[in-house]
Design a protein around this ligand. Structure first.
Ligand SMILES: Cc1ncc(C[n+]2csc(CCOP(=O)(O)OP(=O)(O)O)c2C)c(N)n1
Length: 367
């Protein structure tokens, strides 16, 4: 369905969510129509955050908000859905638009398979009625379902190709260094340390760089799903292996998604953990919509959370000199690397499975 017609049929004037590649048409359209005008469109830190924000919008206006998310984000909304929006609590209406990755029978990456199978059963369990939107749905069919959904929590589950928009806003920032280039230099500095990389293209770049260098993958953990949790995984490893250096390669969207992790890392303060945030100020892996990182001083956040050292680099020269200090570091260190948007068009995906990745990493950690 054409996105402009779709949004008109929804009749909503407040949208919040976390971007999804399968909802690119909606995300790009909202950016063209509203940008990030907070009266109409907020790109939230995580999906639960969006649900609560939507609740506040309803309390203030009596109108029904729209929350958009990839089905991976369902986990993040379960709590506010069950204990805030639910008809057994405050009964707050909200329309969820959910990108259905890993739909059974449709080829997708390993991290989407179980979530894809669990999507409709989860909505059933949460007592959220849903309508599956694909390219065959007519305006009349959609309107009829929206009428049924009025005044309650409900979901439109969007199949691949269900929404269409032929424009893409120009997403960019002013930083010259590409994320892949930055990762290449970081891997060199990290040597045989362990690398825990974040969800999205950063992990795909780590994988391909290792392939290209013939280095093997035994020291890497590619967090293919679980956005926002790579720094906590890294903390869990660093605390148990105090003799080994652990580098977390985080994204700005991921770091903001579960920012509380930084407070926990700062208070545990493992001396062998280097927390790098590759900050392109965007959810680049799913299209490039901005994160709030453009207005956040991440090294200051790290210092405030108790990291004893925090640096920032926004050029290759800066990165090289920062890495010179960081690689000899014997204390918890935070490094922000400001990167450009974009990735290679021919960037591949890991050819090993998550369980192979786990097995080789665990074997290397045992050495
Ligand atoms: C809970 C959850 N919500 C949304 C997504 C979809 N998603 C995958 S990667 C990504 C963007 C990550 O942004 P960032 O951490 O800034 O890294 P970048 O892509 O910019 O390198 C998003 C939103 C997801 N995987 N999980």
């Amino acid at each position: 369905m054409d996105i402009q017609r779709f949004v008109t049929l929804l009749g909503a004037d407040f949208f919040t969510g976390v971007p999804d590649s399968q909802l690119k048409a909606l995300c790009n359209y909202l950016m063209d129509r509203y940008g990030t005008d907070p009266a109409h469109h907020i790109i939230a830190a995580n999906e639960g955050n969006a649900a609560a924000l939507a609740a506040g919008y309803h309390l203030a206006t009596g109108k029904t908000p729209v929350v958009y998310l990839q089905n991976s984000g369902l986990g993040n909304i379960v709590n506010p859905l069950a204990s805030l929006l639910s008809d057994k609590v405050y009964a707050i209406p909200c329309l969820f638009i959910i990108g259905w990755r890993g739909e059974p029978g449709v080829h997708d990456e390993p991290q989407h398979i179980f979530q894809g199978e669990a999507t409709l059963p989860l909505l059933d369990t949460l007592k959220v009625p849903y309508f599956i939107l694909d390219s065959s749905v007519s305006e009349e069919q959609l309107l009829a379902r929206l009428e049924e959904f009025r005044g309650r929590q409900a979901a439109l589950v969007v199949r691949k190709g269900g929404l269409k928009y032929d424009k893409t806003p120009a997403y960019a920032n002013s930083f010259p260094m590409s994320r892949e280039e930055a990762i290449g230099h970081i891997l060199t500095a990290a040597g045989d340390s362990f690398v825990i990389s974040t969800t999205g293209k950063a992990s795909r770049e780590v994988f391909e760089l290792r392939e290209g260098r013939g280095e093997g993958h035994g020291h890497d953990f590619l967090t293919v799903g679980s956005m926002g949790h790579s720094s906590s995984i890294a903390l869990g490893i660093a605390l148990q292996k105090p003799g080994r250096q652990v580098w977390c390669l985080d994204g700005d969207g991921a770091a903001l998604m579960h920012l509380g992790a930084m407070a926990v890392i700062g208070s545990a303060r493992p001396q062998n953990l280097i927390h790098v945030v590759l900050n392109n100020q965007a959810h680049e892996s799913v299209g490039g919509l901005p994160t709030a990182a453009g207005t956040v001083d991440l090294p200051a956040v790290a210092r405030a959370c108790g990291y004893p050292a925090a640096l920032s680099a926004d050029s290759l020269e800066d990165l090289e000199s920062a890495l010179e200090c960081v690689k000899h570091s014997d204390r918890l260190t935070f490094l922000e690397v400001k990167c450009a948007l974009g990735a290679r068009g021919d960037l591949g995906r890991p050819t090993t499975t998550p369980q192979e990745n786990k097995a080789t990493l665990m074997a290397a950690l045992e050495e």
